[in-house]
Design a protein around this ligand. Structure first.
Ligand SMILES: [Zn+2]
Length: 246
């Protein structure tokens, strides 16, 4: 009989019985077993997994378990340093979502312009931000050290005093989410996804002069707002291009 030590991180623990959560535990096995088999036999569905380390090295699902192996299994990374390891998937399975504190209106505007889902309401108290973050699996973006000290906070990024562009680059680098950027796919005002619309559909709502120079429009159904190149986007485009080119 061979044995291996397993440890599951973050939300993956929800699939395990209580005594195996957030701790190393030993698993005995016979013969040739792939990592995928073993993990599923332990009750954790493989689509939830983003990275597996065996003895500190990243492996794929087909890896055959050896006697004495130490296996660490991670969900999509949000708060861990993953330098020098490769994920199982290029783009994380779960969409990374955020909630920003009251002092981050600029970050919210640009993050939404990049297509990220960022919940923001200037009336939200610190307690409420933590609550929404837990309920909707949102990463908290905050300048407040006090907020980070709430014991319920599990996923948060402390925003340092820098330019908005530097702050956003830092978030994107840290979470490795550059591949998730979809510029101008979301409403800057209400965070809903916008849709492309034809000039004709919105004809009566677009100023005559705008119609002459712009053919591309998007529309937010939730808050009934029309966007076109030149209004909100011209000033943002340079910052967004800088972030994309970095
Ligand atoms: Zn909207």
């Amino acid at each position: 009989m061979s044995k291996a030590i397993f440890r599951f991180y973050e939300e993956l623990n929800d699939f395990l019985p209580k005594h195996r959560r957030k701790t190393d535990f030993q698993v005995n096995f016979k013969g040739r077993r792939s990592i995928k088999d073993m993990i599923e036999a332990l009750g954790v569905p493989h689509p939830e997994i983003d990275l597996i380390l065996v003895n500190g090295k990243s492996v794929d699902f087909a890896c055959i378990l050896q006697d004495g192996d130490r296996v660490s299994v991670y969900p999509v990374f949000e708060s861990l340093n993953i330098e020098n390891v490769s994920r199982l998937r290029k783009i994380p399975l779960r969409r990374t979502k955020f909630i920003a504190d009251i002092n981050l209106a600029d970050i919210v505007k640009y993050m939404r312009a990049l297509g990220f889902d960022v919940c923001f309401a200037s009336s939200l108290s610190a307690r409420k931000i933590v609550e929404v973050s837990k309920r909707e699996n949102r990463i908290i973006l905050t300048k407040s050290r006090k907020l980070l000290k709430f014991k319920e906070v599990t996923h948060a990024i402390f925003i340092r005093p820098e330019t908005t562009e530097q702050q956003i680059k830092r978030i994107i680098d840290f979470l490795d989410i550059k591949d998730n950027i979809k510029p101008f796919s979301r409403c800057l005002r209400c965070n809903s996804l916008v849709k492309s619309v034809s000039k004709e559909t919105m004809a009566d709502r677009i100023p005559l002069k705008t119609k002459e120079f712009c053919d591309q429009y998007t529309y937010c159904k939730s808050c009934d707002k029309i966007y076109w190149n030149g209004t909100h986007f011209i000033n943002m485009n340079k910052t967004i291009a800088d972030i994309l080119l970095d």
